[in-house]
Every structure is written in C-alpha cells, then in structure tokens.
Design a protein around this ligand. Structure first.
Ligand code: ASP
Ligand code: MG
Length: 412
C-alpha cells in the first residue's frame, strides 16, 4: 500500500469551502487505495492575526506563551478538516503535535524536531483512518508546546514522511509547481517536472520561494521524495528528489533565481596582513547581519579591496561598521551601493558541462548589462548587477538557455 503525506498550506485551507475541497481530495486519495497522513497549516492570515494580538500586549511577548498562542491556528484547521472528512464518510482523526508526540528541543518559536512517535499514527492508518496532524508545532521534553518557525508546516510534513518512510510527501499550495523562474518576470517560464534537492535549495534560498528552506534540507538529508502541487487544479506538479531519482530529465540549467533587495559594500585599501577579513566580518556578524557574496581583490601596493553584499535593510548598519573600522585600520575608503540585485543560474548539469559561464556573460553583454560581481559554486553562477537591469537580465538568460515553454510560445 502506498503511504502519502499530504500537506496543505494556509490558502488551501483558507475558508470552510476550501477545507471541504481539501477533504474531498484527501478522501479521494484514500479511496484510491492509499494510506494518507495530512498535515495542515493555519487558515491563511490566522497566524499573522495571532502575532498582531500578542504584539498589541507586548513588543516581545513571552516565548513560551507565544507558542501556546500560535499553535491554536493549526489546531483549528485539524479539527475542521477532520469534521469535513467525517462528513464525507471518510474515517479521520486529528492530532496536535503534542498528541502525536513530535518531540522538539525547547527553542520556542524556532524549535527543531528531535523525534517523532509513530505508534498512534500507524495504528490509525492500519485501521483505515486518515490521520490529520497540526503542522508547525511540537512538544518539548517538559511537555510545553513549541513551534518550528514561520512556514514550519512544510517541515512537519517532511519530518512525518521521513519518520513513516512515506512513499511521497506532497506539498499542496497555491502554485502548481516549481518554475524555471518567476512567471511574473518571464511570461513563458516553465513548470519543471523535476528538480534535485540541491537545485531546489539554491533556488529557494535565492528567492523562488515555494517551500520553507528547512523542509528541503530535511528532505534532502533523509531522502524524502517531495512533490509540489496545486491544491486548486489537477496536475503532476514538480518532483523534488535526489539526483538519481531526477536523473531522467537532467537539463543543463534548471532555473534562474534572483533577489532584488541587495546592497553592495566595499572597503578599499585594507592592509594586506593576516586577520583583516576577520576584523571586517567579525563585527558584521556580531551585528546579526547576514552576508552573502564576498570578494577580496588585491588592490594597490600591499592592500586589498574587500566587497560583500547584504540584504538592503542592513545597509546602514553595515556601512556604519565599515566606516568605524576604516578609520581604525587606515583603509582608503568605504563604498556603498544599495541599488543592486543578484541573479543566479542554477543547474546540476553545470558540473559536467563547460562554457556555461561564457554563454551567460555573452547574453548579458548583448543587452549591455554591466556585471559588478561574479561568484560560482558547483551548480550555480551568480552575478550582481544594477537593480534596474534585473528583469532584463533574467529574461535574457531565460532566453539564452532556452528555458521557456515552447507550447506557450506557440500559442501566442
Ligand atoms: N501557520 C504557520 C505560519 O503561518 C506555519 C505554516 O503555515 O507553515 O507561518
Ligand atoms: Mg506556508
């Protein structure tokens, strides 16, 4: 018998009608002969409302109480969905995270799953029931309610699938899969049939947000076959798996990810002696600023130029730190540009093919787009450019690597 874990996000359970539609879909999967575990999020908007209410009392509400509060969103959905299943004549039973016993550490609001007790779930599945589990929550060793961080229901679903050795973890959402790039930027962006965990990690961390990154890391670690599907229409969605499983397709480039809100900072004329990079990035990291691309170049006479990018919201903080440091170490200058964007070409096929970078740079040159920074990894080439050329660059690259949907072109 096939065991499926099906996860439905906030918009998919955003109203009673939608919960009923989810119930029909789940009941159908069960009728087709599958064992089904369902993981749900809170109805859309609910978690935000709960956060707002808490913040109206205190700017930093107590962590433990916050988790007690936030977990109620999902608790509502599991009960309603189970009722909707029962109303359809489909045997079902709901469980909160603590009832299953999804054991987590005690890092409230960002807890990690340590262990999952499968007994109750197995028993219910074996007696023909659909098991409906609240996403995003667990219980600490002390019996306190914990939550896994925003978007954490994806992680609950993947963790349940890993624990139960499910045949597939299906994430139902409001898009019908993972696309070659954002369809709002490139009209003929194509839904990918399959993508590897590694590629998905590069794409989601770079802005193609479909799944919580942590859930993909988890799936990759435990090799849980994932599928992203639309909860509103039928279709095959996008399969996310290990390289062996997704090998069939194996295109050169899978997609183009991008982030808009970047800023680039440089400190010029840094003395070329040991310890300088640490003096730059020590205080940056202490200030809680996430650094992305880092480049160091040999500058003039015995000095280096260090350039890096941060999220745009951190520009002021980062530049202040550099200004102070520049005086201390007698660096030449600090330069800040907060109108840059990053575009990344992602594909495991890059490993075995030469010439990708030159094809990428040729496409950008044709559009007269100036490249400011370049970095590469095994399966990714990223460039930093002036923000106003972002869309143009993404379109040019999408065309140059022929990622578009041929059918969509033909129809136009
Ligand atoms: N309800 C939680 C949130 O809004 C968890 C989730 O939806 O995955 O972040
Ligand atoms: Mg979500």
């Amino acid at each position: 018998m096939t065991l499926l874990v099906q996860k439905f996000g906030g918009t998919s359970v955003g109203s009673i009608e939608r919960i009923q539609a989810v119930a029909s879909r789940v009941a159908e999967s069960r009728r087709a002969g599958n064992q089904v575990v369902v993981v749900v999020s809170a109805m859309s908007g609910v978690t935000n409302k709960l956060v707002e209410m808490a913040n109206a009392i205190q700017a930093r509400p107590d962590n433990r109480e916050m988790d007690v509060l936030l977990s109620t969103g999902e608790q509502t959905t599991i009960a309603l969905l189970s009722m909707a299943l029962l109303a359809l004549g489909c045997p079902a039973r709901s469980y909160t995270g603590s009832q299953v016993r999804i054991l987590t550490d005690d890092a409230h609001s960002n807890a990690r799953i340590l262990d999952i007790d499968q007994d109750k779930v197995r028993q219910d599945l074996d007696s023909g029931k659909v098991v409906v589990i609240a996403g995003f929550q667990g219980v600490t060793a002390d019996g306190d309610i914990s939550t896994l961080g925003r978007g954490g229901s994806d992680t609950t679903a993947v963790a349940m699938a890993a624990a139960l050795h499910a045949d597939e973890c299906q994430i139902f959402t409001d898009v019908d899969g993972v696309y070659t790039t954002d369809p709002r930027v490139v009209e003929n962006a194509r839904r990918l049939d399959s993508v590897t965990f590694e590629e998905m990690l590069e794409m989601s961390s770079l802005g193609a947000k479909v799944l919580q990154i942590r859930s993909v890391e988890f799936a990759s670690k435990y090799n849980v076959p994932l599928r992203v599907l639309s909860s509103f229409e039928d279709g095959p969605g996008t399969f996310i798996g290990s390289e062996d499983e997704t090998m069939m397709e194996m295109p050169l480039i899978s997609g183009i990810a991008f982030t808009r809100d970047e800023a680039k900072l440089s400190i010029l004329g840094v003395p070329d002696i040991p310890g300088m990079a640490h003096r730059v990035f020590g205080p940056i990291s202490e200030a809680g600023i996430e650094v992305d691309v880092i480049l160091q170049n040999i500058g003039n006479d015995q000095t280096n130029d260090i350039t890096f990018t941060v999220q745009r919201k951190d520009t002021a903080k980062a530049s202040e730190i550099l200004e102070v440091l520049a005086k201390e170490i007698k660096a030449e200058a600090v330069q800040v540009d907060d109108k840059v964007a990053k575009v990344s070409l992602v594909g495991v096929g890059m490993r075995s093919h030469a010439g990708i970078a030159s094809r990428m740079f040729e496409a950008l040159a044709k559009e007269s787009i100036n490249i400011q920074l370049i970095t590469t990894s095994e399966i990714k080439i990223s460039i930093v450019i002036e923000e106003k050329y972002l869309e143009l660059a993404v379109r040019a690259l999408h065309d140059a690597f022929e990622l578009g949907n041929a059918d969509a072109n033909a129809k136009q």
